[in-house]
Design a protein around this ligand. Structure first.
Ligand code: 1BO
Length: 272
């Protein structure tokens, strides 16, 4: 397994996303993923599955220090004391003493960012999170966050796949030593049947999904594909035995535009 290194964090390049996985299915898929070699699991307070992620982790019997666990604080808990309480509640549900990465799930213009980041940095100093970062932050918000935070931010977790150009966010992260972590890396399943990715995949004997994930990892981006199917779990992690050529990387990068976004909400920031 390859790692993406960022401001002191070593993030396994492929993780399991758990958005919309619930109950037994979630616990079972987390356990199976870890048994298959995944070492990075992504959850969030808002996904309502932290308890099951913790169950899957214990059932797999993998040593705690071998697994990178990320969770996220929902924006309604960004007032500093709420943030600390919310982080502690996440740990109780996960039955862990610390997470590897704690993220602000979405920006919240109602609470001054400097206050929220103060709370986030305190949570890190208390040892509840080894690393901290943000999610769904634009370039302007990344710059504001970097200037306001007393602890290093290690990533911006954003939607990223070949249909969505994220050059600006990627460049901003690189300027500050932060990693990009890609959610929806398979574009909600659309990648699977994409003709260009299938054609490239034929040359490497890989599926279109594997080509899409490899394209991310080869840019030093970590990806957290979600699936509830065992065969897809193995498919998504079998991407470390080949390398895309520069031409193929360029062809895939040229497919993206700003209109390729699939996850958007009324509360989202004004995207770059
Ligand atoms: C609303 C959840 C988006 C992905 O984390």
């Amino acid at each position: 397994m390859l790692f993406v290194e960022a401001n002191g964090a070593k993030i396994p390049a492929i993780g399991l996303g758990t958005w919309e996985l619930r109950g037994r299915t979630c616990a079972r898929i987390v356990e199976q993923a870890l048994r298959l070699g995944y070492r990075h699991i992504d959850t969030a307070q808002m996904y309502d599955n932290e308890r099951e992620v913790g169950e899957g982790l214990r059932a797999a019997g993998v040593k705690r220090d071998q697994v990178f666990i990320t969770t996220k604080v929902w924006p309604s808990h960004f007032a500093p004391h709420d943030l600390e309480r919310s982080a502690k509640e996440s740990l109780v549900r996960l039955r862990l003493t610390e997470v590897d990465l704690l993220l602000l799930h979405w920006p919240n213009p109602q609470v001054p960012l400097v206050e929220t980041l103060g709370g986030l940095a305190r949570v890190k100093r208390q040892g509840l999170a080894r690393h901290i970062g943000v999610s769904n932050f634009t370039v302007a918000l990344i710059e504001e966050a970097i200037a306001a935070c007393s602890e290093p931010l290690v990533c911006d977790q954003v939607e990223y796949h070949p249909y969505l150009d994220q050059t600006k966010v990627k460049d901003a992260c690189a300027r500050h030593g932060m990693a990009v972590v890609a959610y929806n890396p398979l574009a909600k399943g659309r990648i699977k049947n994409d003709r260009a990715l299938l054609r490239i995949g034929d040359r490497y004997r890989k599926t279109a999904a594997q080509i899409g994930l490899r394209w991310l990892v080869q840019q030093d981006v970590a990806a957290i594909p979600r699936t509830s199917r065992l065969e897809r779990l193995s498919e998504n992690i079998e991407i470390f035995d080949f390398e895309l050529s520069d031409e193929d990387m360029q062809e895939l990068s040229a497919m993206g535009s700003s209109s390729g976004r699939l996850t958007d909400f009324g509360f989202a920031p004004k995207w770059d």
